[in-house]
Ligand binder design. Structure first.
Ligand SMILES: [Zn+2]
Length: 175
């Protein structure tokens, strides 16, 4: 029996993907946490007043879209696929800044010997620093790669925050 790290906090909804006949256990695979299980579980909320919810990736109520182990949804698995096949493929030593990390992706990046990983969040625990994206405690051009996904739509002054990201990114770096 696999023991979940406490910070993953599965919900009752998540458990639907774990209850199955043993022969069914390996039907689905999560590229983020590298787990096999019966079903992805449900994610998102239905927003009937939004006429485009079914046309926007990762919006609306989405059956069978969330990993039962690491709780990744489509955007996380897409991000990890892009990172692992396009950004990290050269295996060069890089310094990487990651905002509001999903624990599953954070765990994968921390495990890579060629990545000097710095995870930050405004309030979360299990990161290297708690800080405001508008006032980062890092010098100019400190990072080769900055990951900031699903964050800027929640901040009050996105232009100011983006200029702070740009300040910390090395010339030729990737955001
Ligand atoms: Zn997973």
């Amino acid at each position: 029996m696999r023991i979940l790290p406490q910070r993953y906090h599965p919900t009752a909804d998540d458990l639907t993907g774990l209850v199955s006949h043993p022969s069914d256990f390996t039907r689905n695979y999560c590229i983020v946490c590298q787990s096999r299980f019966r079903l992805f579980t449900n994610a998102g909320k239905s927003v009937p007043e939004c006429e485009f919810q079914d046309e926007i990736t990762s919006s609306g109520r989405r059956p069978y879209s969330k990993c039962v182990w690491c709780r990744s949804v489509e955007r996380h698995r897409f991000l990890w696929t892009h990172l692992s096949t396009q950004i990290l493929k050269e295996k060069e030593q890089i310094r990487l800044l990651h905002f509001a990390p999903l624990p599953g992706i954070q765990d994968r990046l921390v495990d890579l010997p060629y990545v000097d990983y710095v995870g930050v969040d405004l309030t979360k625990q299990n990161v290297d620093a708690n800080c405001d994206i508008a006032n980062l405690p890092f010098g100019d051009e400190s990072f080769d790669v900055v990951i900031c996904s699903h964050v800027l739509e929640h901040v009050p002054e996105d232009v100011k925050e983006m200029s702070e990201l740009y300040r910390t990114l090395k010339q030729g770096g990737l955001h």
